[in-house]
Write a protein that binds this ligand. Sequence first.
Ligand code: ZN
Ligand code: ZN
Length: 347
Amino acid sequence: MRAVRWHGAGDVRVEDVPPPPLPGPGEVRVRVAWCGLCGTDVHEYRFGPVHVPVRPHPVTGRSAPLTMGHEISGWIESAGPGVTAPAEGDLVALNALLPCGACRPCARGDVQLCLILGHLGQSADGGLADLLTVPASMAVPAPPGMSPELAALAEPFAVAMRAVRHAGRPAGMPCVVIGAGTIGLAAALILDADGNGVTVLDIAKERIRHAAGLGLAALEVTEARAAGIQAPVVIECSGAASAGDAAVRFAEPGGVVVIVGLPGGPSTLDLADVALREIRIIGSMSHLADADMTPAMEILAAHGERAGRIVTARVALAETVSHGLDVLVGPGRDRHAKILVRVHADR
Ligand SMILES: [Zn+2]
Ligand SMILES: [Zn+2]
């Protein structure tokens, strides 16, 4: 079968590899429909290994080369012994986390904080391939009528949903979202769908235009600063080094700042300001299948047309590098939010 495999920094190959094994007890094999390219894939392509293990991963036992991709939709191709749901032919989105199940965070249900967390497409073969075998518990059924393309947005929307939930899933509140990439736009659309007044901030004109095209109020960071904008809810999705400080300044007294974006290094924060204005800063890591992905799917189902416009390009599997990863590291990258790779158009 075809697979997009990470071999090293700048060395990602579309290869012919043996198909994954038929599903064992409790497993399903998925025929991949679409797989999104994510900032972490781009990071791995440019600077890896970042998360790809060079020695066998403690949960999966795998190391490079590995098949990339963790924003996956597809159909159940076959189900192993004992699997009652999902059934063959069902459209699913995959939860990408591979926790150990034994450490303290895992024991209390915080599997996204597993001390040795693995991840599809990083520490196990991912979705940029014809087929993928995973535990059935990782397959989250898509609501009836959802397109496979939209289901591939379930993972990034689940990440955004977790951040919004960390902010108390507000309704009817002014909210600021920093960063108009996929996660920022998804967070803004969720907040907007919940009846909040959302302002999206970015520094790149193309991304601001894209956000405005989705019907969101969008401003340059400097404009928002000049206008003195403050909100009770600020979600930082840009990952810019200076964004933590900026996020705190956009929060009103008693406000909450949720950090989803990952800067490349430490950030400075005015902690006196944090204390004096009682700003609550909360980190948000990935997502959970039930608590985050299920409500994210509900938002996608209800606002599919608008959410689908986060997708800025669709490319064939064979073009994943040339028309996908290379575009996202190139000079035109600000024109893109989500690039989806089409693996199979139909079941
Ligand atoms: Zn991702
Ligand atoms: Zn664990």
